[in-house]
Design a binder for this molecule. Sequence first.
Ligand SMILES: Cc1ncc(C[n+]2csc(CCOP(=O)(O)OP(=O)(O)O)c2C)c(N)n1
Length: 623
Amino acid sequence: MSAFPLLDTISDPCTVRRLDRRQLPQLADELRQFLIESVSRTGGHLSSNLGTVELTVALHAVYDTPEDRLVWDVGHQCYAHKVLTGRRGGMDRLRMHGGVSGFPKRAESPYDTFGVGHSSTSISAALGMALAAKLKNESRKTVAVIGDGAMSAGMAFEALNNAGVAGADLLVILNDNEMSISPPVGALNTILTRLMSGKTYNAARQGARHMLGFAPPLLELARRAEEHVKGMITPGTLFEEFGFHYYGPIDGHDLDALVPTLENLRRMRGPKFLHVITKKGQGYKLAEADPILYHGVSKFCPSEGIAASSGKGGKLTYTQVFGDWLCDMAAADPRLVGITPAMREGSGLVRFARDYPERYYDVGIAEQHAVTFAAGLACEGMKPVLAIYSTFLQRGYDQLVHDVALQNLAVVFAIDRGGLVGADGPTHHGTFDLSFLTCIPNMVVMAPADEPECRRMLSTAFSLDCPSAVRYPRGGGTGTQPAADLETIPVGKAEVRRRGREVALLAFGSLVPAAEAAGESIDATVVNMRFVKPLDADLVSELAGNHSLLVSIEENAAIGGAGSEVARILGERGLATPLLRLGIPDRFIDHGEQGQLLAEIGLDKEGILRAIAARQAKGPNSA
Ligand SMILES: Cc1ncc(C[n+]2csc(CCOP(=O)(O)OP(=O)(O)O)c2C)c(N)n1
């Protein structure tokens, strides 16, 4: 007999809506079990998904999806939604090449109303949808589901600020699990925690079933009166001041509370705010006990959990190289300040946070603020190091230009996940940073070929009196252990790795090893360019003079990246040597294994050789 007898009968949300409401808890239990088993075989986001099972069941049971619009924030909690919306069969290829995406994706399903992966977009997008419905005279409903971590971002507040007064028929559900990836930070979190730890939530929990009629319950009235008298700020008053009707908090794992509450809210018009309390990792003891470890997982055995030793003994990741360097440099220079926008674990700052708590700042999911905060520190002679994923730095672009570079402030950007990141896919690939950094005056931009060079580039960046970036890829490199020193390298100087004939390969960062392998087989010159800016223009000129073809190779958009800088130098110096620019083609690259994706777009050894052969077959004069 199937382990999922009820789930087996679910083909789409209509079949959920046809169930007897008393069957919903069983559906949620089976769904949770299915997710634990499925994610343990594929890897993916686990804790957040386990925390939103009941909420997802309740939403699809009450709302007329996809006609009613359901918008997930970040989207890392959408697996139950995927299963209930006809994609259960695809879950065994979750996040794999050609398989189901780990995030909502409009092209994948009509139930995925908005593509997502970066946080704090849901209220803005849902507001747009709700106001479009109003303008088109359509009566459908719109719901945004946002976590307490994502709620702390500026974008979420900008949207709330707009939504409350726009009169939109919109429900915002705050999925409050008192966690971001790591513990959440900031004043909003303090407000939420204060409410949760007080009597109000416990009383509300017990009284939840009586609250559902929404004749304003006495408890609620009493609470609001008390808040006003005391001038207290709780989520209730806070979100009401934004123009929302605030309801809750209610237990997000109690379907008997969720379903009638949502039914009532669905009938009401205007901006509404429902505060739901959930537990990250709910229903899987190991994830409940360590939601950080189980936030994003590789394959694991559900009965044993993630082995404590996993990850040790393998080669160092670039993230670890950065984390070690940060601690060593902090020991050497008391001006160093380490900053992360909510990515302590992912960016390798766990040890730094422990050893240098007074110089460690997790600013929340607030990339824009993180950049300008670093600028302020630099104004006062501190040496800020901002650890940030390439894809999330996109959020802080104006701050990088206007607040850091324009004032020539010495902020170090340690940019992780530069290039293709793999299973997270196009929302997370870091394939634009070389393009958008190189065009900014005052910036020094480096890309290491291996781990020791990464460490030296970080030290170099730290020694400069201008803004600088070191961009390194996800995962490990060549496996070479960096030395413990804090040596620097000469700015703007490339490193010739081998001298060959005819063809010169100008490789940047992560693709230097592939270029070297390709260069070996055709006896080409291979250069580890090291600096995208300032580019080693003299070396490029020299190579242009004694080779018949230059090939730039980078794990970044071919448009506007390092190759463009090479082309600019050639043009400026009047050098006519043909240049073949290899990089990420002008389309978004799907999810899949890193190596497989690189091979697919011709950025492995074979692809490089193929491209050179094709270029040479065209003859010398075709630029
Ligand atoms: C702009 C942006 N910055 C950082 C991240 C990385 N990130 C993914 S989930 C997450 C935490 C979200 O916390 P919350 O909204 O409370 O959801 P939970 O994980 O607790 O379910 C972070 C920081 C992101 N997706 N987008």
